[in-house]
Design a protein around this ligand. Structure first.
Ligand SMILES: [Zn+2]
Ligand SMILES: [Zn+2]
Length: 261
């Protein structure tokens, strides 16, 4: 099997209007979309984002008949501790091929809409990675930790030294992931649109040094034009770290495939 993009959104996510067909028509590879699940606190006054699972399954069944069964089912779980039971309840009666774990907000504000003037990067990093540790500790159902740098996207020019200060927490996060067989995602949107590739270089080294072997490369595309965004650059980075395989997920079972050239 050849490697395929494992983090995509369609109109089944509120922040995308893309169609499945526009991904399917770009290759003969499997296509897995990972639609958003996010609960918000009353203070945030935001409607919860809950995927229409029935509609999703119906659409995939219809397209699978036309497209050679190439579509797989995925979800991107936005974790908060407060919502952990609601998340588990939602997942309990669904079957997904892949479940991504993300930390998108802290129950008060989203991490893409920070007020930088009032929150220093250091304060933010402390909070963000503590939330990530809490997430991996309470989400053993996740297959992949998505965009580990999501909370840093809102800050310009995050330096390696800023991230290295959090090495203790990152070590705890990665050790827990390794124990739970969870892959580290190379989110190419973060790496090459938000210029955080250097932070991934560091994270790959740390995760590998701790014994981590499972990686995914994913575009996090919300439009079909971003499908497999900069994948060859991400593959080259992994090759420099002597990584030879990538993890794919069908029915949440890991299948390792060769790192493409
Ligand atoms: Zn996300
Ligand atoms: Zn996403």
């Amino acid at each position: 099997m050849r490697y395929y993009d494992q983090h995509l959104h369609t109109y089944f996510s509120p922040d995308s209007s893309e169609t499945f067909e526009n991904y399917l028509d770009q290759s003969d590879l499997p296509v897995v979309t990972t639609e958003h699940l996010d609960f918000f606190s009353p203070a945030q006054a935001m409607p919860n984002v809950i995927p229409d699972y029935t509609g999703y399954v119906q659409k995939l069944d219809q397209l699978n008949a036309q497209y050679d069964n190439r579509l797989l089912k995925g979800i991107e779980v936005g974790f908060t501790y407060a919502d952990r039971h609601r998340i588990e309840d939602f997942l309990a009666d669904k079957t997904y091929d892949i479940q991504l774990l993300s930390i998108h907000h802290n129950g008060r504000h989203g991490f893409m809409t920070l007020n930088h003037d009032t929150k220093s990067l250091n304060t933010h990093l402390d909070e963000y990675f503590d939330l990530m540790l809490e997430a991996v500790n309470h989400a053993p159902y996740a297959n992949v930790l998505a965009h580990f740098d999501f909370g840093l996207r809102g800050y310009d020019n995050v330096q390696l030294t800023d991230l290295e200060r959090k090495e203790g927490t990152l070590t705890q996060i990665f050790n827990k992931m390794i124990e739970q067989d969870q892959a580290l995602e190379l989110n190419t949107r973060s790496m090459y649109r938000y210029n955080n590739a250097h932070l991934y270089d560091y994270a790959i080294a740390l995760y590998t040094q701790l014994g981590g072997k499972l990686f995914t490369v994913s575009s996090d595309a919300h439009v079909a034009a971003d499908y497999q965004l900069h994948f060859t650059d991400a593959y080259a980075m992994l090759r420099r770290h002597n990584v030879q395989h990538l993890a794919t997920y069908q029915n949440q079972t890991i299948q390792l495939v060769d790192l493409p050239n």
